[in-house]
Design a protein around this ligand. Structure first.
Ligand SMILES: Nc1nc2c(ncn2[C@@H]2O[C@H](COP(=O)(O)OP(=O)(O)OP(=O)(O)O)[C@@H](O)[C@H]2O)c(=O)[nH]1
Length: 923
């Protein structure tokens, strides 16, 4: 074996005994620059001879056969006209009546046909070029040309390198058709004369012909079926169109609601026509793709795998995906015709994109609509419910309003039916001006002495007590403070009460808080009983009080009105029974009833933070029964009743309507006046409390709308100094009252800023907060713990303790005034008129003046005024009279002066001298 023929890895030449196989290499190029070396072999056809035939001398294959690739393209045109020539000029007839090679089998048919008569089986023709990986075509080899044929006319050999039996060129197609089967009659050759191989080749050719024929017939059948189906559809549509036209001419109100227009019918017809095309996408089938000139893929006899599989006369069916697409499209069409109306749930605020999503509309459409409605918004912007409703209406949907506040639904129970109602004690609030004897009166009624225990002898908390009358009737009393700072407490007292007892000390008369109490009572719409107190005092005159009340629209019975009145003395304990009688009478008139057999509802009267017990709330039960273990919500706080204490300090398990109790078990200190509701579960309680806390927080951070008024007020406040302070009190009501009172002290020059007003002792965090702003800490009935005291001392934070609100307010006022500093007052001491002006020195000017008022003093400050406008403010540098320096010139005299730094004095100006007095400031 030569070196050339040595097998190499990857490109091993085929093994062989002789040179029957020509081996070469071909470089194949692929995409992305990849190449591959392929071994190519040219195999000579093996020629069989009948016994007796002379064995031809083996001729080596002509060189051009292997080398010439060009004939592939020139073969068809050349083969047809040229092929017969060799036949005509054949010098010797075919040695044997060899059956003509089937024209359809061997490559370009004309070539095959042409070469058929001149088939030269004895000639060893070069086999077609084949790549090794390709399976050799089993089809018969193309007939060999005669050796005499000119080399340039070598189409037979140059015919398709890999003969594809069915792949005919357009030019070659006609012979495939039945009409082109001309050579068939020549087929019946004497079979017995053929060799076995020839018979085999013949049979193969016949089988191939049959197969192609049946494929062609199937194609024709398919075409006919398609045309037929299209025709049927056309007829059906025509009928439908006629029917629609007929309906349209008929006045049918139902049909007229959704008339199918002719355009729609046309569309439907088109759609159905498309459907009639088997295996076609509607949009593609709409085009006459099948009939396109030059598109021979479907009309040719080419056999593809799909076609082979479909070669039965079955019509190609549509793919599932195509069906789905078509259904979706159909659904889309129907959807656009009948728009779906939706019930869209809209919360208080909703983003534009979320609204679009809930409507199943495009966000861009909603944005566009909003711009048109004059509410330009982006997709992420929030719009309110009303705007959302406008949008929904435009799109034809319905709004279902929901709100975060829906969590409150059910927090106030329904009205109780009469059968469940039971009598309840009246709730009576004692109101009146400070020191008119409210607490004393209550003490007298209860047989206690609360007054003695009060700091400064004044009430600073709302108190709730219950008494038992001689007739075993219960009355609940609420004691309110009389000091002006406790307005909110009085308002709360009036709002939760059934009856107000207005205490007026006859000797003091109608005072500001008396008037305020009248107003609160009227606002609450509750009946009033006037108790004229201190009737034990000498010279008592109740009549003047009755008359004085008239001007506040309070008409007592003796004055022809409906308001009951009673003369009492808290210290002498007189008139108390009458007062009780009148309360009971009023109570009967009111028919006070409540359902005790339901979850409790009520109000927080007062709340505080106890060092040992934690947050505590005094609750007045309005209806239902509050029991230990109940889960409740109090404003933005919630909890579970751990224990209850009545007004006498006794522990109780339940509290009936109109009963005041102190409740333990809260998570935080609620606000006085907050509603109390017992709920079914902790989860519900937490949910409601969280919602309410969120609302309070949102209100706190909510900014006031910007307008001119607020802008100016902000500017004014910006100029004013700020006095920050931290307030810690024993009860929530006290903290609120102190904060309110301190805020009232504020002036245009200084403004109190309450950083914190809460209940409980002073802690480290309070000190830290105060330090950050340089604020003092006000402790009302509370003290700082040891740690807080230590930090306060270290950081220089002022701790101020009070137990009387008057003292507290007075001190805060003084501190605020001190921060402002002393007040400076100007006192004008003299005025003078400028008569003449002289040059004095290089730059200065001297003025000859006449003193018109008071006196002019050298040491005093002076201002120059022209037409009542101050043009200069300074001091008198020199004062002379008759060329002599003088200290003072009195009214009516003339003198000369120079003013420091002023050279713009003119005759006619007025010179005013004044003193500045420093005075301690008061607020
Ligand atoms: N002489 C006389 N003094 C009375 C009477 N009632 C109250 N006082 C006195 O008036 C003062 C104030 O009494 P309080 O009961 O504290 O008055 P109040 O209205 O409760 O005061 P505040 O709670 O601070 O608003 C006390 O010194 C009482 O002794 C009365 O009927 N006769």
């Amino acid at each position: 074996m030569s070196d050339d023929n040595k097998p190499k890895l990857g490109m091993r030449a085929p093994l062989g005994l002789n040179k029957a196989v020509e081996v070469g290499k071909v470089k194949q190029s692929f995409s992305h620059g990849r190449t591959k070396q392929v071994v190519v072999e040219v195999k000579r056809a093996r020629v069989l001879h009948r016994p007796g035939d002379p064995v031809p001398v083996e001729t080596p294959p002509p060189a051009p056969v292997v080398e010439a690739p060009a004939p592939v393209t020139v073969a068809p045109p050349i083969a047809a006209p040229v092929a017969p020539a060799p036949v005509a000029r054949a010098p010797e007839p075919a040695p044997a009546p060899t059956p003509a090679p089937a024209p359809v089998v061997a490559g370009p048919e004309p070539v095959a046909e042409a070469s058929a008569p001149a088939a030269e089986p004895a000639r060893a023709a070069p086999a077609p070029i084949m790549f090794r990986p390709v399976e050799r075509a089993p089809a018969p080899k193309p007939p060999e040309p005669k050796v005499e044929a000119p080399a340039s006319v070598a189409p037979p050999v140059a015919a398709p390198p890999a003969p594809r039996p069915v792949a005919a060129t357009p030019a070659a197609r006609p012979p495939v058709r039945p009409a082109a089967r001309a050579p068939e009659p020549r087929r019946p050759a004497p079979v017995d004369l053929l060799t076995r191989q020839e018979r085999q080749a013949l049979l193969l050719r016949q089988a191939e012909e049959d197969r192609l024929r049946s494929a062609e017939e199937a194609r024709i059948r398919e075409e006919a079926a398609r045309v037929g189906a299209a025709e049927v559809e056309r007829l059906r549509l025509e009928e439908k169109r006629n029917a629609a036209e007929e309906l349209a001419t008929r006045p049918d109100p139902v049909a007229s609601d959704t008339p199918q227009t002719l355009v729609e019918l046309d569309e439907e017809e088109e759609r159905l026509r498309v459907r009639a095309l088997p295996g076609r996408k509607p949009e593609l089938a709409a085009k006459p793709a099948r009939l396109r000139v030059g598109d021979d893929r479907r009309q040719s006899g080419k056999l593809t795998v799909t076609k082979a599989l479909d070669s039965d006369d079955s019509v190609r069916t549509r793919s599932l995906a195509a069906l789905r697409r078509s259904r979706e499209k159909e659904r889309g069409r129907l959807g656009s015709q009948a728009k779906q109306v939706r019930d869209v749930t809209v919360p208080d605020r909703i983003t534009v994109s979320e609204l679009a999503n809930r409507m199943a509309e495009r966000t861009s459409n909603v944005v566009r609509l909003l711009a048109r409605l004059g509410v330009p918004s982006a997709a992420v912007d929030e719009i309110d419910q009303d705007t959302a409703e406008l949008v929904l209406t435009e799109f034809g949907h319905n709004i279902v309003r929901v709100s975060d506040s829906d969590v409150e639904i059910g927090m106030v129970g329904g009205v109780d039916v009469d059968d469940h109602l039971a009598e309840r004690p009246p709730v009576v609030t004692i109101m009146g001006h400070v020191d008119h004897g409210k607490t004393s009166l209550l003490d007298a009624l209860r047989g206690t002495n609360v007054v003695k225990g009060e700091a400064g002898g004044i009430t600073q908390h709302i108190g709730a007590y219950q008494i038992l009358t001689k007739d075993k009737h219960k009355i609940t009393f609420l004691d309110t403070p009389g000091h002006e700072a406790f307005t909110a407490m009085r308002a709360r007292g009036a709002s939760v009460t059934d009856i107000v007892v207005l205490v007026v000390a006859w000797d003091d008369g109608i005072m500001p808080q008396t008037i305020e109490a009248i107003q609160h009572t009227k606002a609450a719409g509750v009946p009033m009983i006037v108790a004229i107190n201190k009737m034990d005092k000498a010279g008592a005159n109740a009549e003047k009080i009755r008359q004085a009340l008239l001007q506040y629209d309070v008409q007592v019975e003796s004055m022809g009105g409906e308001v009951q009145d009673v003369e009492v003395s808290a210290t002498a304990k007189t008139g108390l029974d009458q007062l009780i009688d009148k309360i009971m009478l009023q109570s009967e008139i009111l028919e006070l009833k409540a359902n005790p057999d339901r979850p409790a509802e009520g109000n927080v009267i007062e709340a505080r933070l106890d060092k040992g017990k934690g947050p505590l709330a005094t609750v007045l039960v309005r209806r239902g029964t509050l029991k230990t273990g109940d889960i409740f919500v109090m404003g933005s706080e919630w909890g579970k009743v751990r224990a209850m204490v009545d007004d006498k300090g006794a522990s109780v398990k339940s509290a009936l309507p109109s009963t005041p109790v102190e409740v333990l078990g809260l998570t935080g200190v609620p606000s006085a006046g907050d509603p109390v509701t017992v709920v079914e579960s902790e989860a519900r309680a937490r949910e409601v409390a969280e919602y309410r806390a969120g609302v309070i927080n949102a209100k706190r951070i909510e900014q006031e709308p910007a307008n001119l008024e607020t802008m100016f007020s902000v500017l004014r406040q910006a100029k004013a100094q700020v006095y920050p302070l931290v307030i810690k009190a024993d009860t929530q009501g006290s903290a609120e009252a102190i904060a309110g009172a301190v805020n009232k002290i504020s002036t245009d020059l200084i403004k109190a800023k309450v950083l914190l007003a809460s209940v409980g002792g002073i802690t480290e965090s309070d000190v830290t907060l105060a330090k950050a702003s340089g604020a003092p800490i006000i402790g009302f009935n509370v003290r700082a713990n040891a740690k807080a005291r230590e930090i306060a001392q270290r950081d220089g934070v002022a701790l101020k303790y009070y137990d009387v609100i008057y003292d507290l307010i007075d001190d805060v006022k003084a501190a605020m005034a001190g921060q402002l500093g002393p007040e400076l007052l100007e006192n004008v001491v003299g005025r003078a008129l400028v008569l003449e002006v002289f040059q004095a020195g290089k730059t200065g000017k001297a003025a000859g003046i006449r003193v018109t008022e008071g006196f002019i003093k050298k040491a005093l400050r002076a201002r120059v005024m022209r037409d009542d406008v101050i043009i200069y403010n300074g001091a008198i540098a020199s004062l002379r009279r008759f060329k002599e320096d003088v200290a003072e010139v009195k009214s009516g005299f003339e003198c000369g002066i120079t003013i420091e730094g002023s050279s713009d004095v003119k005759p006619g100006d007025v010179i005013e001298t004044f003193e500045v007095e420093s005075r301690e400031r008061t607020l």
